[in-house]
Write a protein that binds this ligand. Structure first.
Ligand code: C2E
Ligand code: MG
Ligand code: MG
Ligand code: MG
Length: 283
């Protein structure tokens, strides 16, 4: 009986593994097609000032429509990373977001900063700086209206190289934020040495912020520490009024979340801009 059970669990795991491998290969194939056939889209989610409730920026988020639905970036970004496809895809996102932001500025909307996610391999690529510079020149976007979001994983064990990359990015005039802050392994010493403009508190700390002491303590500590180091603090994944109230009470600067708006296609985001930036009517 024991033997039979172990055989079954062996088969169970191999079939699970096979499913994973098949899905990986399928995604790789879809990514190649998506690049060739230009399936990718960029959505924009507003960043909202917690006190004025005005839009102060937007995050560019990649979308992959496939067979009537969307494949989550959480699923396909790791495949893009491993296959190297993240380089052409990431370049396209950067160009698209800068071009769109410039377009909105030329249309007469007050200027906003667009933030673009950089995966670890993108952040560590050799030609990153020249790519950013070239994109800014070609799109005509002034550097201060671009922000790059980087996770702590991108600079693990790479303090010296990261320091150089960060200061080169800052020298261009581009802003830097640390995404999903608190979920990675960066030492707090990094915050002192790196030129970081903004910390984004990860959604996992925001979910139960109004009810779970440990999450609220961590969030409060991030806000206090970040602000005393002159960084702006953004809370991610804010869905409920009680979360917003807590964050406002503890001096968080900005929020991003479904409570104001999900990520939207550019045409729908522009409708938000037309409403005079004021999202208080959403509540
Ligand atoms: P992220 O950069 O931390 O982005 C925030 C994620 O939270 C987005 O998921 C956004 O849609 C979602 N979100 C925002 N507000 C709420 C909310 O109130 N509730 C909930 N449940 N979710 C909310 P998304 O778009 O699925 O992206 C997932 C991750 O994929 C991103 O996390 C980012 O790490 C990565 N990603 C997305 N676009 C790109 C890209 O262009 N390049 C790279 N390298 N990574 C990207
Ligand atoms: Mg992000
Ligand atoms: Mg995040
Ligand atoms: Mg994330």
């Amino acid at each position: 009986d024991a033997k039979r059970r172990s055989t079954n669990s062996f088969q169970y795991y191999t079939s699970k593994m096979r499913q994973k491998v098949l899905r990986y290969m399928e995604l790789e194939n879809i990514l190649y097609q998506a690049i060739e056939k230009e399936w990718f889209q960029v959505y924009y989610q507003p960043r909202v000032d917690i006190n004025s409730r005005k839009i102060v920026g937007m995050e560019a988020l990649l979308r992959l429509p496939y067979q009537g639905t969307y494949i989550s970036p959480a699923e396909f970004i790791p495949v893009a990373e491993e296959t190297g496809l993240i380089f052409p895809i990431g370049k396209w996102v950067l160009e698209t977001a800068c071009k769109q932001n410039k377009k909105w500025q030329l249309a007469g909307y007050p200027p906003l900063r667009v933030s673009v996610n950089l995966s670890p391999n993108q952040f560590n690529q050799k030609n990153l700086l020249s790519q950013i510079e070239k994109t800014l020149i070609e799109t005509g976007l002034t550097p201060c209206w671009l922000e790059l979001e980087i996770t702590e994983g991108a600079f693990m064990n790479k303090a010296e190289a990261t320091l150089k990359t960060f200061s080169a990015i800052k020298k261009l005039g581009v802003h830097i934020s640390i995404d999903d802050f608190g979920t990675g392994y960066s030492s707090l010493g990094f915050l002192k040495r790196f030129e970081i403009d903004c910390l984004k508190i990860d959604k996992t700390f925001v979910n139960e912020i109004a009810h779970y002491d440990k999450d609220s303590s961590i969030a409060k500590a991030i806000i206090r520490m970040g602000k005393s180091l002159n960084m702006a603090i953004v809370a991610e994944g804010v869905e409920k009024q009680e979360q917003l109230d807590f964050l406002r009470q503890h001096n968080c600067d900005q929020v991003q979340g479904y409570i104001y708006s999900p990520p939207l296609p550019s045409t729908d985001f522009e409708l938000l801009l037309q409403r005079d930036f004021d999202l208080s009517c959403c509540l």
